[in-house]
Ligand binder design. Structure first.
Ligand SMILES: NC(=O)c1ccc[n+]([C@@H]2O[C@H](COP(=O)([O-])OP(=O)(O)OC[C@H]3O[C@@H](n4cnc5c(N)ncnc54)[C@H](OP(=O)(O)O)[C@@H]3O)[C@@H](O)[C@H]2O)c1
Length: 354
């Protein structure tokens, strides 16, 4: 606890990354719940001056000592770094809030979305609380609200994922490719012509500019990707539905930031379009944007930089009165990562300050 303020000391691990930058913005704009805030990066960025809460703070390298006196450690680092260092932070007395995949499926680690299952945050025998991945987070707040009314039975989801969910290198690669193809009207007419000019593929397995890539994550058994398996496991864990039928197809699209997900959800109860829209409209963390007459629906370019999940195109299935189809959009760096981590950290901070 910060002795001057009596408030918890927070460390942000990965403060210099894509998620970390949004975390600093959120810490500067949300309710101030912390005393000291320590900002941690790799050796590469040690000494860099970052801005948080209107102050300049020097980034320090990741060491064991950095956790001394830390009450809450928010991790926004690659999976192997989180896997190695989160237990170190927990052993030194910090409550870890991890946004990486390292602990999401682990036993003894709650997977928390504060709008859906905030009570789980206290069940942390290992001192670690995890948040789901950005694809699950782009739909789970809206889906959770509908589940509470109708009882979710089956989920089919197709994602349209932005480049920035592959970190800074994802964003850099998309911009570099867009520069190379920009304005060339000869491109997009012959197989392989775009591949020929984009150069480096970066973290993507195919050109992303002027293209869509039906692959995000790493290979998983049966032809699935790790992201698709994650959507299934995380949705089950957050909603407490271990046998939920889930089928996901994850697709990368040439959008800088903000994921979209097309959802077909089958419920136990009969659904009603108007009622489902009303449920979404009054759910905290969801904004309904749904008017077919005026072409109102969420798009990534309209929602990027905002906090909520945006819901539109809400339809009752034509062939199954128990099913709803809808289109969801959300900023993968905000609710999809940094905001969810910040919200969990605030729950822990509220515990610590009584
Ligand atoms: N991007 C998204 O939309 C998103 C969504 C949900 C979850 N996540 C998860 O959030 C985490 C961070 O993602 P990101 O997109 O922010 O990645 P990023 O832009 O590549 O940033 C990675 C951060 O980790 C730090 N780091 C890397 N190696 C380190 C080491 N050995 N020791 C200490 N710090 C180290 C980097 O520090 P330097 O700047 O010094 O290199 C940087 O601050 C990942 O686990 C990712 O899966 C990301």
């Amino acid at each position: 606890m910060d002795s001057a303020s009596g408030l918890p000391t927070l460390a942000v691990i990965g403060a210099t990354g894509a998620v970390g930058a949004v975390m600093l913005d959120l810490l500067s704009t949300r309710r101030d719940m912390y005393g000291e805030i320590r900002l941690v990066g790799s050796d590469r960025s040690a000494g860099r001056i970052l801005r948080v809460r209107g102050r300049s703070v020097e980034a320090v390298p990741l060491t064991r000592e950095v956790f001394d006196g830390v009450d809450i450690a928010a991790f926004a680092v690659p999976t192997p770094v989180a896997a190695e260092w989160a237990p170190v932070a927990a052993a030194r007395g910090a409550v870890v809030v991890d946004g990486s995949p390292a602990f999401r499926s682990g036993p003894g680690v709650p997977l928390v979305v504060p709008e859906v299952n905030p009570e789980r945050v206290r069940e942390r025998p290992r001192g670690i609380v995890a948040g789901p991945g950005c694809t699950t987070l782009s739909m789970i707040v809206a889906l959770g609200a509908l589940h509470r009314r109708y009882g979710l039975r089956e989920l089919v989801a197709a994602s349209y994922q932005a480049a920035s969910s592959a970190g800074r290198s994802g964003t850099d690669t998309l911009y570099a490719q867009l520069e190379k193809v920009g304005g060339d009207r000869a491109l997009g007419n012959r197989a392989g012509d775009i591949r020929g000019v984009v150069g480096e593929l970066g973290p993507f397995p195919a050109p992303l500019a002027m293209n869509v890539v039906p692959w995000t994550g790493t290979p998983a058994p049966g032809g699935w990707t790790s992201d698709e398996i994650a959507v299934r496991n995380e949705t089950r864990k957050v909603l407490g539905l271990p046998n939920l039928k889930v089928s996901a197809t994850c697709v990368r699209v040439p959008v800088v930031t903000a994921h979209s997900v097309a959802v077909h959800a089958v419920f136990e109860e009969r659904t009603n379009q108007r009622e489902a829209q009303e449920i979404l409209a009054r759910s905290p963390g969801v904004v309904l944007c749904d008017n077919p007459e005026t072409h109102e629906f969420p798009t990534p370019s309209d929602v990027v930089g905002t906090d909520p999940t945006w819901a539109g195109r809400v339809r009752r299935s034509l062939d199954d009165p128990r099913a709803l189809d809808l289109f969801l959009c959300g900023d993968n760096l905000r609710k999809g990562a940094a905001l969810n981590t910040a919200q969990i950290a605030e729950l822990v901070a509220a515990e610590q300050t009584g």
